[in-house]
Design a protein around this ligand. Structure first.
Ligand code: FAD
Length: 524
């Protein structure tokens, strides 16, 4: 067995994984299954204590803005009337799954089959393989549970039926219509990906988890990743050597950040900051995608029991409708979540309208060469030239208002205008409401995506290896070429699960495809 021991400032492992979030937890656990393989997992954040705030998914908002949140702010968004909006990401063991809403919406077969245009082996079958391993039909490491019962939830089902939005089973290949919300929770308590995957692996002698360790650079020499330099709790830089591979799982903002800091990215951008270019890959930090939403909480007319803890309200008692914005939509492109508002003394309803297939694209760029300076995040919300994202949110907002006008939901909606626009509002009025109130879902993806040889936007080959650099892969949400019509833990888990399999089966010592960057991007 190769040893995982070593002094803190000079140590070597078979694999160095950066980031203990959704992807990093899966990958580190899988790679350390073999006791002869040594794995170092570097995590910038800390272990979170077991508290009501960390365990009750309804109280997750209380974690935002704390040390467990990278708490970025976007660049001013012209699509949102010039507003700069908060951009949250978990900074803790468990990553964003330690601070998020724990909602589990996989997306459907069409989402994952669309990835096949970007790389062989990426399709619904691969996704199902990961879901089966993780969910295990209710017996896997990741508990996926239906939200609890609540009168409002029953009313949402009835309202959807009134509007013909039936269909159901969002765990099927074609999710559509109304279904229960599902959460990655057990008995109403959040289960993070670290709980689910690292939990059983933590006792392994061949897996070392360093918290408070922020990676600042991938060490590269002779076209190969040799290790990772990091700063622990603000201390001096230390380097961990990787004998086989470095695997980046720092999330779709911090993974491209780390690549750029290491000289891997668009030549002009790196040169403008005086960073020597090691691999000119124009796709690094581009193609940033996020789901965008409108909505909020409003006072209910009916005096039902306010939410008061796990399983009794909030998302843990909610329902979700997947619908199409119009006859041209081949698959549902609108999600509407309705749930009792968590907390508060009066009964309330939380409603969210989400555009599921964003066309807008943004960027992650360096603000400077100092690794401790946060990157510039510009998601380009509602910036798609076609105006499709705005049109989908407009259609979704109108549909939400119709839902609130149904017989079933009328008792809960004090005034559907509470949504932010009056009945019979013009398109311009609804658009103004959308631009004034929309925000991101914090589902970033695509900033170091995979793609076929010759695809100029591809940062990775289909086996997730960084083009032109040996021994370096991206295994998190950054690799996703197209967001799913769902929420983003699921596709990230698919990427990570497949990544672990690829690492274990590939000959990791072969030179990677350096790619000639002339051909066109694949069309989804
Ligand atoms: C507030 C919020 C709510 C959300 N709600 C949902 C939801 O309900 N359902 C859903 O499916 N998705 C949700 N998401 C999105 C989901 O959590 C992410 O898509 C998913 O966690 C992405 O996984 P990842 O492994 O790519 O990144 P993460 O899970 O974010 O993990 C990245 C990890 O890397 C660490 N890291 C970053 N940089 C460094 C560095 N330089 N050195 C060392 N460590 C580093 C981070 O601290 C973090 O622990 C939400 C996200 C947020 C922020």
């Amino acid at each position: 067995m190769t040893s995982a021991e070593g002094s803190d400032d000079q140590h070597a492992y078979d694999y160095v994984v950066v980031g203990a979030g959704v992807a990093g937890s899966i990958v580190a656990a899988r790679l350390s299954d073999d006791p002869r393989t040594t794995v170092l997992l570097l995590e910038a954040g800390q272990e979170l204590d077991d508290t009501p705030q960390t365990r009750d998914p309804e109280r997750s908002a209380e974690l935002l803005g704390t040390d467990a949140d990278w708490a970025h702010t976007t660049e001013p968004q012209s699509g949102l009337g010039g507003r700069a909006v908060g951009w949250h990401a978990g900074r803790a063991v468990g990553g964003s799954s330690a601070v998020n809403a724990s909602l589990w919406l996989r997306g459907g077969a069409a989402d994952y089959d669309a990835w096949a245009a970007y790389g062989p082996g990426w399709d619904w079958a691969a996704a199902l393989d990961a879901f089966r391993r993780h969910e295990g039909g209710g017996r896997g490491p990741l508990p996926v549970r239906a939200s609890g019962e609540h009168p409002l939830k029953r009313a949402v089902f009835a309202a959807a039926e009134e509007l013909g939005l039936v269909g159901g089973d969002h765990l099927s290949a074609r999710p559509e219509g109304v279904d229960t919300l599902r959460l990655t929770a057990r008995d109403g308590r959040r289960v993070t990906f670290a709980d689910a995957f690292l939990g059983p692996a933590r006792r392994r002698r061949n897996l070392r988890i360093l918290t408070g360790a922020q990676a600042t650079r991938v060490e590269l020499a002779d076209g190969r990743a040799r290790g990772v330099t990091y700063r622990r709790d603000g201390g001096p830089p230390a380097t961990a050597a990787a004998r086989r591979e470095v695997l980046l799982a720092a999330g779709a903002v911090r993974t491209p950040h780390l690549l750029l800091l290491s000289g891997i990215g668009p030549e002009d951008h790196l040169a403008s900051l005086g960073i020597p270019v090691v691999a000119a890959l124009p796709g690094v930090g581009r193609n940033l995608q996020d789901h965008i939403c409108v909505g909020g909480s409003f006072r209910a007319a009916a005096d039902f029991r306010p939410a008061g803890g796990a399983g009794t309200g909030g998302a843990s008692a909610g329902a979700v409708v997947l619908a199409r914005s119009g006859p041209g939509a081949e698959d549902p492109d609108i999600e509407i979540v309705l749930a009792p508002a968590a907390g508060g003394r009066r009964a309330g309803v939380t409603l969210g309208v989400i555009a599921l297939q964003p066309r807008s694209r943004g960027t992650v760029r360096l603000a400077g060469a100092d690794p401790l300076v946060p990157p510039l995040v510009d998601p380009g919300y509602l910036g798609d030239p076609s105006g499709e994202d705005l049109a989908v949110l407009r259609a979704g907002s109108r549909l939400a208002q119709r839902l609130l006008r149904t017989r079933a939901l009328a008792p809960y909606a004090a005034d559907p205008a509470d949504l932010g626009f009056r009945d019979g509002a013009t398109d311009d009025e609804v658009d103004t409401f959308v631009r004034r109130t929309a925000s991101g879902m914090f589902h970033p993806a695509g900033t170091a995506r995979f793609g076929p040889p010759g695809d100029p936007g591809a940062v990775l080959d289909a086996d997730l290896r960084v083009r032109g650099i040996a021994g370096l892969r991206v295994v998190d949400a950054s690799a996703i070429p197209l967001l799913n019509r769902g929420h983003s833990m699921a596709p990230t888990a698919v990427v990570a699960e497949r990544a672990a399999g690829l690492v274990l089966t590939n000959d990791t010592h072969t030179t990677t495809d350096t790619g000639a960057h002339e051909a066109k991007e694949p069309q989804p």
